[in-house]
Write a protein that binds this ligand. Structure first.
Ligand code: INS
Length: 287
């Protein structure tokens, strides 16, 4: 028999770490910021982020992006374009973000079959990362978020070593417990480090999408781990934030623990999710 060498199995192209054991990853193995094969990439991304995300930087990014004048695109196009993005801040994922979108959505669909808006939030929560495809550096797009304009708290990853070159860390106007904010002013009044959460929230609002408030809140704060998972920054929260935090935590279960190397069949799932997009954020949106 003639054996024709066609090179590596093409199905492996997007599954570079197909490691069967990872399918059964234990919950305690997620978010390891101390060791692992991706640790250098992750650390370098956070080092740049924590050095450069200052109050001034965030204000500048708001004025650049919040007017949604960069592109016009349907939501499914944005989801699929994340085929081109591997998130360099994520110690648990080394495959394109589009797979993570469908993994999260399908996890939510299994446990919340009647909450279609929640499933949709699972699908789209990271599509603000398309900023990176327009030239924004990853440190201004991906990763956990934190407030700027007040003290960087201890629940932030790599807090001890990555803020030393951030001028705000030494500025007495910004480095007290509340900094520029009033106690319990509400997260709506706090400027977060600039990234995909806030950007997508702005896009949803700008285009008058009808996702319920809980869903918009999940979009806006899902990467705010120091708050939803470490209990930091509670002194800035108001009643609304405290009502919403259980929703953000419910979302987080799926966002985090569906990250496995078992990759979904996107083509098969597309029609169902397109119907949810048509219901809540139809047509061409401004980005
Ligand atoms: C997640 C989370 C991860 C980060 C991702 C983000 O919400 O914050 O730690 O790596 O970029 O989408």
């Amino acid at each position: 028999m003639r054996v024709v060498n066609i090179g590596p199995d093409p199905s492996l192209a997007y599954r570079p770490i197909l490691d069967l054991e990872q399918k059964d990853k234990d919950k305690t193995e997620y978010r390891n910021f101390e060791s692992g094969s991706l640790i250098d990439r992750v650390y370098n991304t956070y080092k740049l982020m924590h050095t450069n995300q200052t109050l001034d930087f965030v204000k500048q990014k708001h004025s650049e992006w919040s007017g949604c004048g960069h592109a016009q695109m349907e939501v499914m196009e944005a989801v699929i374009s994340l085929d081109q993005l591997v998130d360099e801040s994520d110690p648990d994922v080394d495959f394109p973000n589009s797979y993570h979108a469908f993994q999260t959505a399908e996890g939510i669909r299994r446990e919340h079959p009647h909450k279609d808006w929640f499933q949709l939030v699972g699908l789209i929560h990271d599509i603000g990362k398309i900023m990176a495809l327009s030239g924004e550096p990853q440190w201004a797009v991906v990763g956990d978020t934190f407030p700027v304009g007040c003290r960087f708290q201890n629940g932030i990853v790599f807090r001890g070593s990555t803020f030393v070159d951030n001028p705000d860390d030494k500025n007495p106007a910004y480095n007290s417990e509340c900094g520029i904010y009033k106690p319990n002013c509400g997260l709506d009044n706090v400027l977060m480090s600039w990234g995909h959460d806030e950007y997508l929230y702005r896009v949803m609002k700008f285009n008058k999408c009808t996702i319920p408030e809980e869903g918009l809140y999940m979009i806006r704060f899902h990467s705010f781990y120091p708050w939803h998972s470490h209990g930091d920054y509670m002194h800035l929260c108001d009643d609304k934030d405290m009502r919403m935090i259980p929703w953000v935590r419910e979302f987080n279960k799926f966002d985090l623990y569906t990250k496995t190397t078992e990759l979904p069949d996107i083509e098969k799932l597309k029609p169902y999710y397109q119907s949810l997009i048509d219901k809540y954020c139809p047509g061409v949106l401004k980005w």
